[in-house]
Design a protein around this ligand. Structure first.
Ligand SMILES: [Zn+2]
Length: 680
């Protein structure tokens, strides 16, 4: 392994910063307000307030339980050493670095969740806690802006040993990337520049470093959150050198001869047309490239993103939106038949249609990465298919990563769970409060939940896009700066009706663009009680352009019949099985809902006996279950048998209840299956 030379750069003095632009008019999570190749702007972080309804309830849990729990956890050095590492790096405490090398980055994710919540609540206690953390982080930062506690602690105390220094595939830039992103959100949420000063030091350090860096050093870009972070710094401070840095990072990536698909740098990005390697790293890379495209408009970047998107969505993504089928695989794009050259990839996209269920990796971070990527694709293309993927992930493979209580988490998100596997899966089917082997996903889901509101609407030159449905109040501005206010009321995703009432509208005509989900084959629009003739096409935005006035009410009906879904015949694991879906929600069967004496293997969904939506309660949370009759067979004895002749046993009919996939594993350990055999 090549070892980086120590990163030393003295050219930047944080104290000598030029005056910054005032806080951008746009305070969005991803600020494309001045991005020349972005078709959409985001609304500001604080513009959307969830009221009641699905996301209102989930975000309340995040605000009241998850984020405080996580903040405390990340300050409890007996469990999680992240905050203590900063204190040791700053010299306040003598000690060693403990925890994974990506601990800093995960601390910044929790911080980002706090800043996102603050944007809406303006809670002074959150502000005080964040200021304390900023003081701690700032104190650890080196004079040249460098900030990565494993190295800083080694430099200060010499407690780790040389092997911990500057590993080529370390998480140094991942940590710095999350710092920059968190600082942008904090700056926009609070208007305060204390964290932004730290982030500017980091960004300036990276600028100077990568101006000189060899392509070998560019390999030190594992899980490249800093591509998004650097471009967001450019958008915040409008300093062209950060855009130059973003461009340089993509340009030098993959130009060495020792690149791997595990790090997505076997080839330069401009030669990549298929998804490969580690799924979190891949999706973060794609999101970062989409950010760069929004600023530069380089066509090959968009062409390749589109090609990779087709590969993921049509060949490699789970029905839940999950990404990264394999715990371990060999490099799918290896060019050699020589076994020595075939690379091992971990947490990886599989081959096309290779989608195992029980051993699906589907890391929550990869699924969040899918949203980060698709949100940026939505901004640059205005194509509703990207919002479809976001919704699929939010309701299914991201929400599955957190318990209903909000304090226990999944690292992997498999599509089946079995008690009788004759081997131990590397990752358990039990949620954990602190995933000691890798707690990256828990803070990631915390910040994502805190930022849900930012994904709900977008603004285009034509009008206002409604991307997500759940009860909320919007108070924002259109493209031309005119104010708009509306109230959205709905029990979506359980109910089919969405009511949107304007509270304030500008004088000029503008379009309200309502997303018609790809799964919805029957939908209709009414305006002030009158049925509209406007076409509602699945997978597109329905555009209603008129002179809106306060009090105008739009009603959108999205019919949600229970749908049985089959997979492409090349997906061997799900052949002759179906998954059950209603609206955007994927359903599963959990063993605690089976009739006495039955197990998951007995069950066959009966297509001629309807499943009916019915409200159920799981741990005090109300949601829509699906109830009906299913067939059960007597699975019999498989002892010392791998194969047997098919018998002619009678199937018995008995009740079945399906629950939304995201809610599984909240009632203790049991078996679970999304894909089920069926009988007509
Ligand atoms: Zn993770």
């Amino acid at each position: 392994m090549k070892i980086n030379k120590p990163l030393i750069c003295l050219s930047v003095s944080i104290a000598m910063m030029a005056a910054w632009p005032t806080v951008a008019q746009q305070k969005a999570l991803v600020n494309t307000s001045e991005s020349p190749y972005s078709k959409l702007k985001s609304v500001d972080i604080q513009d959307v307030t969830w009221t009641d309804g699905f996301w209102g309830e989930r975000v309340k849990v995040n605000r009241e339980k998850t984020v405080p729990f996580m903040w405390q956890l990340y300050h409890d050095a007996d469990i999680n050493h992240a905050a203590r590492n900063f204190e040791i790096a700053s010299g306040d405490i003598r000690g060693k670095h403990k925890g994974p090398s990506f601990h800093d980055g995960d601390f910044y994710k929790v911080f980002e969740a706090m800043a996102s919540l603050y944007a809406i609540s303006q809670d002074p206690e959150l502000d005080r806690q964040m200021d304390e953390a900023i003081t701690m982080i700032q104190k650890a930062q080196r004079a040249d802006g460098y900030l990565h506690t494993p190295v800083l602690i080694e430099e200060r105390w010499g407690t780790l040993g040389p092997e911990e220094l500057q590993k080529q595939l370390g998480f140094e830039k991942y940590n710095m990337g999350h710092l920059m992103t968190a600082a942008c959100v904090h700056y926009r949420a609070t208007g305060k520049d204390n964290f932004m000063k730290v982030a500017k030091g980091v960004a300036d350090f990276l600028y100077d470093f990568y101006k000189e860096a060899s392509p070998e050093l560019a390999r030190n870009a594992i899980c490249p959150s800093h591509y998004m972070g650097v471009t967001e710094m450019y958008r915040t401070l409008r300093d062209p050198k950060y855009l130059e840095l973003s461009q340089n990072l993509i340009d030098i990536r993959g130009t060495t001869d020792d690149g791997t698909d595990d790090n997505q740098d076997r080839y330069p990005f401009r030669d990549q047309t298929e998804a490969m390697g580690h799924a979190v790293r891949a999706n973060y890379l794609y999101a970062g490239v989409a950010d760069l495209y929004a600023e530069t408009g380089e066509q090959i970047l968009l062409d390749n993103l589109n090609s990779i998107w087709d590969d993921v969505v049509f060949r490699k993504m789970y029905i839940t939106g999950g990404c990264g089928a394999l715990y371990d695989g060999v490099s799918p794009n290896g060019t050699s038949y020589n076994p020595i050259e075939v690379q091992k990839t971990h947490q990886s996209y599989g081959k096309p249609y290779q989608l195992p269920n029980a051993a699906a990796h589907n890391e929550t971070c990869a699924n969040i990465g899918n949203v980060l990527w698709n949100y940026r694709m939505l901004q640059i293309t205005e194509d509703a298919k990207h919002a479809d993927v976001m919704e699929l992930n939010f309701f299914n493979s991201i929400l599955s990563g957190i318990s209903l209580e909000g304090t226990e988490f999944f690292y992997t998100n498999p599509l089946s769970a079995r008690d009788d596997l004759p081997y131990t899966l590397r990752w358990p089917n039990i949620r954990e409060g602190y995933i000691s082997k890798s707690n990256c996903c828990a803070p990631n889901v915390a910040r994502t939940m805190a930022q849900m509101s930012n994904y709900a609407y977008s603004v285009s030159e034509e009008g206002l896009l409604v991307n997500m449905y759940s009860s909320n109040n919007l108070k924002s501005r259109l493209w031309n700066g005119e104010e708009v206010e509306l109230e959205q009321e709905t029990e979506y995703p359980w109910d089919e009706t969405i009511n949107i009432t304007f509270k304030k509208a500008p004088k000029e005509d503008f379009s309200l663009l309502l997303r018609i989900p790809e799964w919805c084959n029957e939908s209709s629009l009414s305006i002030n009680g009158q049925k509209s003739e406007i076409q509602t096409i699945p997978g597109q935005y329905a555009s209603v352009k008129q002179n809106w006035k306060a009090g105008d009410k739009v009603t959108l009906e999205l019919k949600m019949p229970v749908q049985y879904v089959e997979s492409h015949p090349l997906v061997e694991e799900t052949k002759n099985q179906i998954a059950v879906r209603r609206g955007p929600m994927v359903y599963c069967v959990e063993s605690m809902d089976l009739p006495e004496g039955r197990n998951i293997d007995d069950l066959m969904i009966s297509l001629d006996q309807k499943l009916t939506p019915e409200k159920i309660d799981i741990n005090g949370v109300s949601m829509m279950g699906l109830k009906g009759q299913a067939y059960y067979r007597n699975d019999g004895n498989w002892d010392k048998k791998l194969y047997r002749t098919v018998g002619d046993e009678e199937l018995e009919s008995a009740p079945v209840t399906l629950i939304p996939y995201f809610a599984w594993a909240n009632r203790g350990q049991g078996e679970m299956a999304v894909w089920l055999p069926f009988k007509k």
